[in-house]
Design a protein around this ligand. Sequence first.
Ligand SMILES: [Zn+2]
Length: 134
Amino acid sequence: MTVAMAEGLRRQILDEARAAHPAECCGLLEGAREGGRFRVIALHPARNLSTDPHRFEIDPRERIAAQKRAREQGTRVIGCYHSHPNGQALPSIADRAGAGEDDFLWLIAGGESLNAFVYSRGVFTGADWVTSSE
Ligand SMILES: [Zn+2]
């Protein structure tokens, strides 16, 4: 599985992570998926509703709004992103408990790293970044 995303969007997520610290930032990923190839074309930053600093919870209304905007663009919400203030850019126990949607892309920021995972049938699998030529 691969993920293509512009460098500017990667920097935006890391900036949001720094701004939200010591809480987690979160948002949704708009783009397209073809088989195991994900292309992120826009971010939809969301408020983190969680009062637990080690979790994130995207407001369902923001999710619906992002899906509506994506549909208008002919794209879809293909995943989500959030940060780990402890610097570990890996799925946490809370992430495993909270994940539900299959073939959903998860970008996790920790420190200066941003790692990509695809959740499917109870398992997070690491995905590789590919350089976006578009
Ligand atoms: Zn997490």
